[in-house]
Design a protein around this ligand. Structure first.
Ligand code: HEC
Length: 104
């Protein structure tokens, strides 16, 4: 009987982590998706731009992050992106870049 107590807690811990981990991951994903929704108005769903605005689908996270940081600092010239990029923190830029890099 005594031996079954650690087993009970171990399985409880495993069960809890199985329940919690995917929802934490989904939370991060949906935050990236939420932040990226404002980009999709111009760049198209998943970054597939239908018009004259640059297509950002298929770009790496690194490319998108560096572009946003360049726009934000003014190092890279822009018409609208400079103003837009100023609204995001470093962490948010990372989430956005990762979100778009994951889109096919
Ligand atoms: C109001 C429309 C608009 C919104 C909203 C917008 N963009 Fe842009 N984006 C542009 C335009 C226009 C350019 C071309 C540079 C410029 O003139 O500002 C551009 C350029 C870019 C580039 C460079 C593309 C390349 O080929 O190098 C990236 C990356 C980018 N945007 C990402 C984003 C992300 C990520 C968001 C959301 C946080 C976003 N944009 C929101 C209009 C927009």
């Amino acid at each position: 009987m005594k031996k079954s107590i650690p087993i009970f807690f171990t399985s409880l811990a495993i069960l809890l982590s199985m329940l919690l981990l995917p929802s934490m991951y989904a939370g991060e994903l949906s935050r990236g998706a939420m932040l990226s929704a404002s980009c999709e108005g111009c760049h198209g769903t998943n970054g597939h731009s239908p018009g004259s605005i640059p297509d950002i689908s298929g770009k790496s996270a690194e490319y998108i992050r560096l572009a946003l940081e360049g726009f934000r600092s003014g190092e890279r010239e822009s018409t609208v992106m400079g103003r837009h990029a100023k609204g995001y923190t470093d962490d948010e830029i990372l989430l956005i870049a990762e979100y778009f890099a994951q889109q096919k």
